[in-house]
Design a protein around this ligand. Structure first.
Ligand code: AMP
Length: 412
């Protein structure tokens, strides 16, 4: 035998109970988002590499070291999507959605890819559910977007802590970045090597560090929240007032930074203690500059993404019931197979869940199988005609073959 081939590192199969739990999660997210007017969007699994390089930002970890990029066979670089916001913004532009009533509200669920070091809750292919509202800078868009993710997490019984902050506008951020860089350089000796190396490229990441010395330095570091313009501060205060009004508990975390470059103004994150090191369940924020970055006119936007695996890991196990089975079609001899085949197909066409014996079992084995599959009725086709067994009462009666559907529909 040749060597068995396994799933690549950081990937996994979804089956059985896990598949049922995912289907439930999708149903929950869809119901909550579509009730708020979000429409489903599907974008391709790969995009032009430039979309992420320009959209997500050249200096981010995602673009620098986590993208699966390759030649499309014709000399252009394409990338397996590492996130969903830039693709949705590209689609907004490509389909002229600025002509629709604004904001355009879209949601998605799909697979994303990042070449990360795999660990519990961190994979190379993972799924995200996400929601984007594009075309309005109203703070109510921010608050509603956050409330919708909170609602999904609540429906899934995921206990998560919400942190919010504001990153202001790019101008404020640029000035702040210079101030922070000067501060970091003044304390260079106490910082971790990694943070020191990134002072030029991405000083904000210093707030994320686990290194004790760096953390101590960051306690007294200047905070972006204290440098916001009046307009940005007012926007943030309105978002907060709306969240307060909605009764949503949160914490303002001035050190909240997100891994992607496109955020402006509001940012937020839900974390769960049930997850260990990879505690982020979902998060997002406003990205008023992103559409311009990818070649469109200035267009505000706000959205989030939440990890499907993380939500399922953080949620208490929900009892999942296998789908019901109305009819199992058993048959005694090979010559009854064609009639059995037809009966199962007819039953399905009539809207019943019906399965045909496909394993070549003995009649006894077929009845056992029907029982373990949870069949409500079993039709047994044999030389003496068709018998219908009610699996609840155990009663069996011989019936006219063309009345099977009548019997299972009306329960007689
Ligand atoms: P991000 O786009 O990095 O803000 O990620 C949004 C959410 O996606 C995170 O909060 C996680 O729940 C999930 N996520 C991100 N990266 C991974 C990964 N490598 N494996 C599993 N889930 C992930």
């Amino acid at each position: 035998m040749s060597e068995r081939i396994k799933t690549p590192r950081g990937t996994f199969d979804v089956l059985g109970e896990a598949a049922l739990a995912r289907a439930e999660l999708e149903k929950t997210a869809k119901a909550i988002l579509e009730r708020a007017g979000y429409e489903r969007i599907e974008t391709p699994t790969f995009e032009a590499t430039a979309l992420f390089a320009r959209g997500v930002g050249e200096s981010t970890d995602v673009v620098q070291k986590e993208m699966y990029s390759f030649d499309d066979g014709g000399g252009s670089s394409i990338t397996l999507r590492p996130e969903g916001t830039a693709p949705v913004c590209r689609a907004y532009l490509e389909h002229g959605m600025h002509k629709l009533a604004q904001p355009v509200k879209l949601w998605y669920l799909g697979a994303f890819f990042r070449a990360e070091r795999p660990q519990h809750g961190r994979y190379r292919q993972f799924w995200q559910v996400g929601a984007e509202a594009i075309g309005s800078d109203d703070p109510a868009v921010d608050a509603e977007s956050i409330v919708l993710l909170a609602e999904i997490l609540e429906a899934l019984k995921v206990q998560a802590r919400l942190r919010v902050s504001s990153l202001g506008t790019p101008g404020t951020r640029a000035e702040y970045k210079t101030e922070l860089q000067a501060y970091l350089r003044a304390h260079e000796h106490d910082l971790s090597g990694e943070v020191r190396e990134r002072i030029d490229l991405n000083p904000l990441r210093a707030f994320d560090a686990d290194h004790a010395g760096t953390r101590q330095v960051m306690e007294n570091a200047p905070r972006l929240l204290d440098r916001l313009t009046d307009e940005d501060r007012e926007h943030f205060e309105t978002v907060r007032a709306l969240l307060d009004g909605a009764g949503l508990a949160y914490e303002v975390d001035p050190a909240l930074v997100r891994g992607l470059d496109y955020y402006t103004r509001t940012v937020f994150e839900f974390t769960s203690d049930a997850l260990g090191a990879q505690s982020g369940v979902g998060g997002g924020g406003r990205y008023d500059g992103l559409i311009e970055q990818i070649g469109g006119p200035h267009t505000p936007g706000m959205g989030w993404a939440a990890g499907v695996e993380r939500m399922l890991l953080a949620a208490p196990p929900a009892p999942t019931a296998p789908p019901p089975l109305d009819l199992y079609v058993a048959y005694a001899k090979p010559e009854h197979r064609a009639a059995a085949f037809r009966l199962a197909a007819d039953a399905r066409r009539a809207g019943h869940a019906a399965q045909l014996e496909l394993g070549g079992r003995s009649l006894k084995g077929q009845l056992k199988r029907a029982n373990s599959a949870g069949a409500r009725y079993v039709a047994i086709l044999g030389d003496e005609g068709t018998a219908l067994k009610d699996m609840e009462s155990g009663e069996q009666q011989v019936i006219e073959p063309d009345t099977v559907m009548h019997h299972i529909t009306h329960g007689t």
